[in-house]
Write a protein that binds this ligand. Structure first.
Ligand SMILES: C[C@@H](CNC(N)=O)C(=O)O
Ligand SMILES: [Zn+2]
Ligand SMILES: [Zn+2]
Ligand SMILES: [Zn+2]
Length: 486
């Protein structure tokens, strides 16, 4: 179902904040596209006027890491593409990049079509990273079709989850090589799945079955090793790399080393990893501890300071949520075996507010840096800027009118996410979306959510600079050199 985007909307009286500018201006949108940005714009007839007085007008948030209705660990994530994108709109996020995750040996194109069907009901725009969970010639071919015909320019690799969707080095090397040929970005979930598997077995054998064992099975060295390995593999192959949910100092330092070596490595950090620490796993109530089971796990406090410094210094580039919700009855599957607790937590509704409060209000980030890490950088890294992540004529009218004085206490009792727990429960934040517009239409205003099921559109993300064929380049490099007689 498509909704009219011929709505004419004038956002009046605000201060526009983009990744690089802050200036007083009105914004006029028509047919879902920004048509004018400037002071004191005239209001044509039959226009909807949005009062942005005292507010900032920013590009709508882009969450580059969600899993709506993901089938995982024997159950299905509780937010679907409609409820999850609606909750995102309530929090100022106007686009998600979700994941197609084929089962091993499942045809990649078939999995892609399945996820496309599920996402038809989305209330905001969406796109997909496609996970490569196995390898053969059909995967090589399907990656080409996805890039050339379906607007996919990023491929995900889980280095964790052994005996499920974990990639070994053979898959990583083949898929990274193919990504380079195609001009696509490989991304990784960097945890050494073999180590996790062995540590889980050891912990269970010692009778440690509760959620407090979850972080013990995934120490930071397990993430640091995998991050470094993925970076070195990408470096040898000459392909860029994006590391999702960087949660600890070891992974951050691997990225910093790679970047210092001149390698194109990007890092993503979750709002949760910036603000929630590992004490949650020692909560006496199983439900509270299990609600926080996700991977990589929440870490000791000292890693959060490092992650904030990573964001401030440009070693980390995007913020996300890894929104993958499971309610208490689903988490209870692991009541007597923590390895069976479905991994995942929420956050798509709260990311922008918690980052504004703890990032901008605290002085860690400027407002422009806030726009970079919640929207513009993800748009640039995944090649949809300035259509997304900017406020400019011709860009999509995905906008948020941000009230820096508005306050609320985050709670599962009041959030719109379809999950019975909130990892930011009780957190008081100042700075909230007053209005969120998707394709020029008001979807959230002063607490009233008017998300439209099916209004979201699939966003094609073009390949990067013409992917050259790495094989040809390697052949050239290996050609015997004639003696150079000077
Ligand atoms: C399966 C997915 C969500 N779950 C999680 N992060 O624990 C992921 O690993 O990113
Ligand atoms: Zn090839
Ligand atoms: Zn992951
Ligand atoms: Zn994820």
């Amino acid at each position: 179902m498509t909704t009219s985007t011929s709505a004419r909307t004038l956002i009046r009286g605000g201060t526009v904040v983009t990744a690089d500018q802050t200036f007083r201006a009105d914004v006029y949108a028509e047919d879902g596209v920004i048509k004018a940005v400037g002071p004191d714009l005239d209001a044509p007839s039959d226009v909807t006027v949005v009062d942005a007085g005292g507010c900032y007008v920013m590009p709508g948030g882009i969450d580059p890491h969600t899993h709506m209705q993901l089938p995982f660990m024997g159950t299905v994530a509780s937010d679907d593409f409609y409820t999850g994108t609606a909750a995102g709109l309530a929090g100022g996020t106007t686009m998600i990049i979700d994941f197609v995750i084929p089962n091993p040996k499942q045809n990649v194109m078939e999995a892609y079509r399945t996820w496309r069907g599920w996402a038809e009901k989305a209330a905001a725009d969406y796109s997909f990273h496609v996970a490569i969970t196995w390898w053969d010639d059909s995967v090589h071919a399907d990656m080409g079709a996805l890039v050339r015909e379906h607007g996919v320019n990023s491929f995900k690799h889980f280095m964790a989850y052994k005996n499920a969707i974990m990639c070994d080095d053979e898959v990583l090397v083949n898929s990274f090589t193919r990504a380079l040929e195609l001009g696509a970005m490989p991304t990784v979930h960097a945890e050494n799945g073999e180590l996790v598997f062995q540590l889980q077995k050891q912990l269970l054998a010692r009778g440690l079955t509760g959620p407090e064992a979850h972080p013990l099975s995934r120490p930071t060295a397990v993430e640091g090793e995998a991050a470094n390995r993925a970076i070195q593999i990408a470096k040898v192959l000459g392909v860029p790399l994006y590391i999702v949910h960087v949660s600890c100092r070891e992974a951050l330092e691997a990225i910093a080393r790679g970047r210092m070596d001149g390698h194109r490595v990007y890092g993503e950090v979750l709002a949760g990893h910036l603000l929630v620490d590992d004490s949650v796993y020692r909560h006496p109530d199983f439900e509270v501890a299990a609600a926080h089971v996700m991977s990589p796990p929440f870490r000791p406090k000292e890693h959060q300071a490092a992650l904030w410094h990573g964001l401030q210094s440009g070693t980390l580039h995007t913020t996300a949520t890894d929104h993958c919700c499971f309610c208490a009855p689903q988490k209870a599957a692991g009541r007597h075996d923590f390895t069976r607790i479905p991994n995942g937590t929420g956050g798509v509704e709260d990311r922008m507010a918690v980052l504004w409060h703890h990032g901008v209000n605290s002085g860690r980030l400027t407002m422009n840096e806030f726009v970079k890490v919640t929207s513009a950088n993800a748009a640039q890294i995944f090649n949809i800027y300035p259509r997304k992540g900017s406020i400019a004529v011709g860009a999509d009218a995905d906008l948020v009118v941000w009230d820096p004085a508005a306050t609320k206490t985050i709670s599962a009792k009041t959030h719109h996410q379809n999950v019975d727990y909130n990892i930011f429960e009780g957190m008081e934040v100042t700075g909230l979306p007053r209005v969120t517009l998707t394709a020029g239409r008001v979807a959230w205003q002063d607490g009233d959510l008017r998300a439209v099921r099916g209004a979201g559109r699939y966003v094609n993300r073009p390949a990067f600079a013409p992917g050259f064929d790495a094989a040809a380049k390697r052949k050239e490099a290996l050609k015997p050199r004639g003696v150079d007689r000077g």
